[in-house]
Design a protein around this ligand. Structure first.
Ligand code: NM2
Length: 535
């Protein structure tokens, strides 16, 4: 067993932190839940605004960079073409960054907004209906994708322009923290990223599993119990552990392609066999609502609480803050991945590509699947709200899908898609986690290290599942990811500092695509990622 390559402080630190949070929750579930609840309450009521400011800040920063000189910098040699076609680039980006949660939330997120609308509106009112078609797209829209893209800037820059082997967040902030990147501060940054990703992935797995379980129950009749869900979770873990083990070349490439085609297939099917005109019009209308209210939604905080005739609803904390926190904990991982696949593109191209294609993909899911459910409810075909109140979200999702023609077949494909979406995200997560806990990566991260993180990814969600309650899950990712707000700031600063310095020193200063010459890189961990043509 090769152990010399392991970066032990980071490896042990992350694992101890994971156990330190998980074990007390297992042994003292009630107290644990109360503590997590209190931590959440403290964070969101005091620091909710920081999350919203971070989201808007990331969005503004990227737009600014895209139009600045720094945006013209090419990631790679002057004459280099983009390594991947734009279609496969966008497909890979989506497969890695988006997991099974999109199937969960796109189908039923509207119900929550319809029942508990924003801005103090009356539940189930016509206004609530309008907003319920728009808010989901906002929470999976340009700001969310900006949060994903920001870490990719310094990481891609260091790799393709400075030609340094960087697979750690601590390396990407070296220009601002200097030598501390090698000391405890650097380790702490990497550990926090790992812990945050484990928390975010926990939320993903704990939401996805009950939905997959309901699908399996619908098809086979096996009753949904906690034990059965634990088995499903373990089976999913084994699937992505195997693909991580294979080394990603064969298995994951095939899975990812299948992922995109199945997803497009289901969306097209629902659009055609569902209420086509209703879906197209509500989606179009919803996009308009978001554009019209973009900054209002991005800054809405309920500042008056219960003063002055206002009644606080907790909407911003439960939704926008929660979502930005969830995207944030995934961001450094997606950043590493986006950086890897963006060779030959300019910074600007990378920024607009993620923000535009990512947002469009999410609009398709929310527009088609969400508005299909809304139609069933409003037209009286299927009482979604009543069914959800009686049975909870996961069975409702499957019941909505089951209303389509060939319901059982569609449920089967939908369940399979959920498993694949999960696998393509978790596989790359465990791969990146393994890379980050090594000093350097020779060819690929060590096999046992990859397997270790694949299973570690399932510990937290298993605990959370037995704890129960959506709120505890939301909390875990918010609390775990909090310090990343500061790290985002460091990442942005670090990028501007280094790239601006290089631009000033470059003879290419005036040209439209800036090419910065830098010494050749030695063998690097990203070479290993090349083995992985597709997420
Ligand atoms: N995000 C996109 O579960 C998943 O789909 C992974 C979740 C951050 C809300 C990412």
């Amino acid at each position: 067993m090769k152990t010399k390559l392991i970066d032990w402080p980071t490896f042990i630190g992350s694992f101890v932190l994971l156990l330190g949070v998980t074990l007390p929750l297992i042994f003292f579930p009630e107290t644990g839940k109360a503590w997590v609840g209190a931590a959440n309450e403290y964070m969101t009521s005091n620091f909710g605004m920081l999350y919203l400011a971070m989201g808007l800040g990331a969005f503004g920063f990227l737009i600014f960079i895209a139009f600045s000189k720094n945006g013209h910098i090419k990631l790679g040699r002057e004459d280099e073409e983009p390594e991947f076609s734009t279609f496969s680039w966008a497909a890979m980006l989506f497969a890695a960054g988006i997991g099974s949660s999109i199937l969960y939330w796109s189908v039923i997120e509207w119900v929550y907004y319809y029942e508990g609308p924003p801005f103090g509106l009356t539940p189930e009112s016509p206004e609530a209906i309008q907003w319920s078609t728009a808010y989901g797209m906002f929470h999976w829209g340009p700001i969310a994708w900006a949060i994903y893209t920001l870490p990719a800037l310094p990481i891609a820059y260091f790799f393709y322009v400075r030609k340094k082997s960087v697979l750690k967040v601590s390396e990407a902030v070296r220009p601002v923290i200097g030598k501390w990147a090698d000391g405890p501060l650097g380790k702490l940054i990497d550990i926090l990223f790992i812990f945050g990703l484990l928390g975010g992935a926990g939320t993903t797995l704990a939401l996805g599993t009950p939905m997959i379980a309901e699908g399996v129950n619908e098809l086979t009749g096996i009753p949904v119990t906690l034990g059965m869900q634990a088995v499903i979770m373990l089976i999913c873990t084994v699937i992505f552990a195997i693909s991580s083990y294979i080394g990603l070349k064969g298995g994951i490439k095939v899975l990812s392609d299948l992922n995109i085609w199945l997803a497009l297939g289901i969306l097209t099917f629902v659009l055609i066999f569902g209420p086509t005109r209703f879906i197209m019009e509500t989606t179009f209308n919803g996009v308009g609502i978001v554009m019209d209210n973009f900054f209002r939604m991005a800054t809405w905080m309920e500042p008056f609480g219960d003063f002055g005739g206002f009644t606080s609803t907790g909407f911003p904390e439960s939704w926008t803050v929660f979502y930005w926190a969830w995207w944030l904990v995934y961001a450094p991982f997606v950043g590493l991945f986006v950086a890897r696949i963006s060779r030959g593109r300019t910074i600007r191209n990378m920024i607009f590509g993620t923000m535009v294609y990512g947002t469009l993909g999410c609009i398709l899911f929310f527009g088609i699947l969400g508005n299909y459910g809304l139609y069933l409810h409003l037209s009286g075909t299927f009482d979604v709200v009543g069914y959800m109140a009686a049975n909870g979200p996961a069975p409702t999702i499957i019941a909505i899908i089951g209303q389509l023609p060939f319901g059982k077949v569609v449920i089967g494909v939908f369940t399979l898609l959920a498993i694949i979406f999960l696998a393509t995200t978790f596989d790359s997560s465990s791969y990146i986690l393994a890379s980050v806990t090594q000093k350097h990566v020779e060819d690929e991260p060590i096999v046992w290290n990859r397997l270790f993180w694949a299973f570690a990814l399932a510990i937290m969600p298993l605990t959370l599942m037995f704890l129960g309650g959506l709120e505890t899950l939301q909390t875990a990712s918010i609390v775990g990811g909090f310090p990343l707000i500061l790290i985002m700031f460091l990442l942005a600063w670090s990028f501007v500092r280094v790239s601006s310095r290089d631009i000033r020193a470059s003879d290419d200063y005036e040209s439209s695509t800036i090419h910065i010459k830098y010494r050749k890189r030695k063998k690097s961990p990203f070479d290993a990622l090349k083995e992985k043509p597709h997420d």
